[in-house]
Design a protein around this ligand. Structure first.
Ligand code: SF4
Ligand code: SF4
Length: 401
C-alpha cells in the first residue's frame, strides 16, 4: 500500500492544541516514562513521528491515540518541552473532527465565533420548541408538566437520542474503516495474522471494556498512580465522577420514562427523596457537580499539564455539564421547598435545554471520546499481545528510548 505524505499535517494539527513537536528530537523519553505505553504500542513518540513526516492516514488509523489518558507525565519530563501529552490530546481532537463526516466537529474545534453562535442558536431553537405551546406557570404549585408537556419532552428526547446514535454509529464506522486501511492499525494487525476471534469474543471484550475501563477506569488509574494527591482529587476520580454522574442522570431519566410508560409512576408525580429513581438522580447529580466543579477549578488554577491547555471546546463542554448538574439541583430544591418557587420554571427550561444540547452534541465534542476510546480499547483488548494483562508500570516498561 502506498503511503501519502501531507506536509501541511503538522500545521493543521496546531489548530487543535498547544504543542511544539518541531522541537522534538525523538529521544523517546516520553515513551519510556509513559505508564501505558508498551513495546508494541509505543506512543507518544511514534504518533509524533507520524505527524512530523505527515502520514495522516497512519495517525488517524491507529488505536494508540485513544490509549493515552493525558496524565501529562511525558510533558513533565520532555527535555525539549515539546508537550507530547498535549500533542496527543490535540491529535484526538483532530481525529474526532476527521471521523465526523458532517464536519461540524471541525468547526466547533477550530472556530470560536462559530462555536458560540451555533451553541446559542441551538439553545434558542430548543427553547422555542419547548415553549411553542406551553401551558400556564401556576403560582400555587410548581406544575412543571402543565407548563411544558411531558409527552413533548419525551418526543424531543427520543429524537435527540436517535440522531446521536445514528451520528455516533456512522463516525465509529468511519474510524474503524480508517483503521482497517492503515498499516499501523487493523490492516497491520491482519498482516501479522491477528484476527481477534469470533463475534462472541468481540462482544465479550466490549462488555468487559465497558465495566473495567469505562466504569472502573482501570487504565486511567494506572496512568495516575505516580501522582501524590488525595484520591478524591486524582484525575481518574474527577473524570469518573463526571462520567458516572452523567450516566446515572441518563439512567434516572430513562427509568422515569419507563415508569411513566408502564403506568407505575406518571412523569412529574411527587415522590419522597428516597424513592429509588429520585435517589439515583440526586446521587448522580452530586457526582456530576463535584467532578465538573473540580475540573473547572483546575482549569482556572492550572496545577498540572493537562489543566494548563484549555481550548474553548474544553470550556464549553465542562461548563455545559456543570450547568446541567447545578440547574438539576436547583430544580430539586424548588420542587421540595414547602412553598412553590416560580424560579423553578426557569430552572426547568435551563436544565432540559442544556441537557438536550449536551446529548445532541455528543458525537461532535469531547463527549465523543467515550465512543472512540471504548472502540479503541476493545480493538486493543482483542489484538494487542498480552493486552488482557494489567498495564505495564513505568519502571518496568520495555518501551525504552
Ligand atoms: S521526550 Fe518525546 S516529545 Fe520530548 S523530545 Fe523526546 S521524543 Fe520528543
Ligand atoms: S498516558 Fe500520559 S505519559 Fe502516556 S502519552 Fe498520554 S499523557 Fe503522555
Amino acid at each position: 500500500m502506498s503511503i501519502r505524505v501531507d506536509p501541511t499535517l503538522l500545521l493543521e494539527l496546531h489548530k487543535y492544541g498547544a504543542f511544539d513537536v518541531n522541537a522534538c528530537f525523538n529521544c523517546g523519553n516520553c515513551t519510556a516514562i509513559c505508564p501505558l505505553s508498551t513495546e508494541t504500542e509505543n506512543f507518544p513518540r511514534k504518533m509524533i513521528r507520524y505527524a512530523q513526516i505527515g502520514v495522516r492516514d497512519r495517525l488517524l488509523g491507529t488505536n494508540e491515540l485513544w490509549l493515552c489518558y493525558y496524565c501529562g507525565e511525558c510533558s513533565d519530563t520532555c527535555p525539549r518541552e515539546a508537550e507530547p501529552g498535549e500533542f496527543m490530546a490535540a491529535t484526538r481532537r483532530y481525529a474526532i473532527a476527521n471521523y465526523d463526516l458532517t464536519r461540524l466537529s471541525r468547526l466547533l474545534y477550530t472556530s470560536a465565533p462559530f462555536s458560540i453562535i451555533f451553541l446559542l442558536l441551538l439553545a434558542a431553537f430548543l427553547t422555542v420548541i419547548m415553549l411553542a405551546r406551553h401551558g400556564p406557570m401556576r403560582p400555587e404549585s410548581l406544575a412543571l408538566f402543565d407548563f411544558v408537556s411531558a409527552r413533548l419532552i419525551h418526543h424531543i428526547g427520543i429524537t435527540v437520542i436517535g440522531m446521536v446514535v445514528l451520528a455516533g454509529a456512522i463516525s465509529i464506522a468511519n474510524m474503524v474503516h480508517k483503521m482497517s486501511r492503515s498499516a499501523g492499525g487493523l490492516a497491520g494487525a491482519a498482516a501479522e495474522g491477528k484476527h481477534g476471534g469470533n463475534v462472541f469474543q468481540w462482544f465479550a471484550s466490549l462488555v468487559r471494556t465497558i465495566f473495567t475501563e469505562v466504569f472502573a477506569e482501570r487504565r486511567y488509574r494506572d496512568c495516575d498512580e505516580e501522582k501524590q494527591q488525595p484520591w478524591v482529587l486524582k484525575p481518574w476520580f474527577i473524570h469518573g465522577s463526571i462520567l458516572w454522574g452523567f450516566l446515572g442522570l441518563l439512567a434516572a431519566t430513562a427509568s422515569d420514562w419507563v415508569l411513566d410508560l408502564t403506568g407505575i409512576k406518571p412523569t412529574g408525580t411527587m415522590v419522597p427523596l428516597w424513592y429509588p429513581v429520585r435517589l439515583l438522580g440526586t446521587v448522580s447529580g452530586m457526582f456530576l457537580v463535584y467532578g465538573t466543579t473540580v475540573a473547572i477549578v483546575k482549569r482556572l488554577s492550572k496545577p498540572d499539564k493537562p489543566s494548563s491547555h484549555s481550548l474553548l471546546s474544553d470550556w464549553v463542554f465542562v461548563l455545559l455539564l456543570w450547568l446541567a448538574g447545578v440547574s438539576g439541583f436547583a430544580l430539586e430544591v424548588a420542587l421540595y421547598l414547602p412553598a412553590p418557587q416560580m424560579w423553578g420554571y426557569y430552572m426547568f427550561i435551563i436544565h432540559v435545554v442544556v441537557s438536550m444540547e449536551l446529548i445532541l452534541l455528543a458525537p461532535f465534542t469531547k463527549f465523543a471520546h467515550a465512543f472512540y476510546r471504548t472502540t479503541a480499547l476493545v480493538i486493543h483488548a482483542r489484538l494487542a499481545p498480552g493486552a488482557q494483562e494489567p498495564a505495564v508500570s513505568a519502571g518496568t516498561s520495555p518501551a525504552g528510548p
